[in-house]
Design a binder for this molecule. Structure first.
Ligand SMILES: Cc1ncc(COP(=O)(O)OP(=O)(O)O)c(N)n1
Ligand SMILES: Cc1ncsc1CCOP(=O)(O)O
Ligand SMILES: [Mg+2]
Length: 265
């Protein structure tokens, strides 16, 4: 069972508070700036390690990332709705936007701030139409892999564009080939030319070691694996205080590495 009341959030360290304000300050054109860590709560990767998704989210939220996403590829609609309903007040208490992956219907029912869709999911215009019918304002993110997908994506009513995989990943079935940092740099330049100020989220195989390169490009980094202990790592209790403190520490290290790298402009 998911606990539904959000845990009281301890005050973050002052440096993190300053970074958080900088990372979320509105830009000149009022598009919310997304910088730093975009943490994905991936129920499959968590289940393989015996980690509870809500306890994991609480631990990640202590790092005040730029965004979180619930990605539940194999659960029932009912389970995903329950999880989203438990996450919404927690994310709101931390002032962190919560995106639901793939499922605008569940996102709208639960009151999420955003929805992430990919090339095979509902089209962005359909998601916008659903949100309008529900009388909800939502932010929408769209996945792309290359210029062929990026150019049409930039004509869509989206709030951020995701690009990836940047590096090889084990957390997406049938992932496209990794594009690497040079190709990402070209695609970032394309976004800046066509839709200046549109937030960019890089995804795929991003680690603490590679995070500074992404921060230097001015992009946000979506992460699954680098927030988690290695699969099969021995831990007496994967939901115990030490294991959860290690999740917060990983999230904080990634978020800080991304924000502290010098972004262009
Ligand atoms: C932030 C972010 N970027 C990309 C994805 C991948 O979306 P998609 O291509 O639809 O693949 P699935 O995640 O649905 O398997 C994402 N979820 N989040
Ligand atoms: C969902 C998704 N889409 C492209 S790569 C990816 C998986 C990201 O997971 P990780 O950060 O562990 O590589
Ligand atoms: Mg999808």
């Amino acid at each position: 069972m998911c606990p539904s009341a959000p845990a009281a959030l301890p005050r973050p360290p002052r440096i993190l508070h300053i970074l958080h304000i900088q990372a979320r300050a509105p830009s000149k054109c009022q598009v919310p700036v997304m910088r730093g860590l975009y943490a994905i709560i991936d129920t499959d990767a968590l289940a393989r390690r015996g980690i509870d998704p809500i306890l994991f989210a609480d631990a990640v939220l202590l790092a005040r990332p730029a965004a979180i996403q619930l990605r539940d590829k194999h659960g029932s609609a009912r389970r995903m709705l329950d999880l989203l309903r438990a996450l919404v007040p927690r994310a709101a208490a931390a002032n962190v936007p919560l995106f639901a992956n793939d499922r605008p219907d569940l996102a709208l029912l639960a009151g999420c701030e955003g929805i992430h869709v990919g090339q095979d999911d509902l089209p962005v215009t359909a998601v916008r139409a659903l949100a309008e019918r529900a009388g909800a304002r939502v932010r929408i993110g769209l996945s792309t892999h290359d210029l062929t997908q990026l150019d049409p994506a930039l004509a869509e009513p989206i709030d951020y564009v995701a690009i990836g995989p940047i590096f090889p990943t084990v957390n997406k079935e049938q992932a496209d080939p990794a594009i690497g940092l040079p190709a990402l740099t070209d695609l970032v330049a394309r976004v800046a030319a066509v839709r200046p100020g549109l937030p960019i989220v890089a995804i795929g195989g991003i680690t603490l070691e590679t995070a500074p390169h992404l921060g230097a490009l001015g992009v946000c980094a979506a992460v699954i694996g680098a927030l988690l202990p290695p699969e099969g790592a021995s831990s007496s209790d994967p939901n115990g205080p030490d294991a959860l403190a290690a999740v917060t520490a990983r999230a904080l290290a990634l978020h800080t590495a991304l924000l502290q790298a010098k972004a262009p402009g």
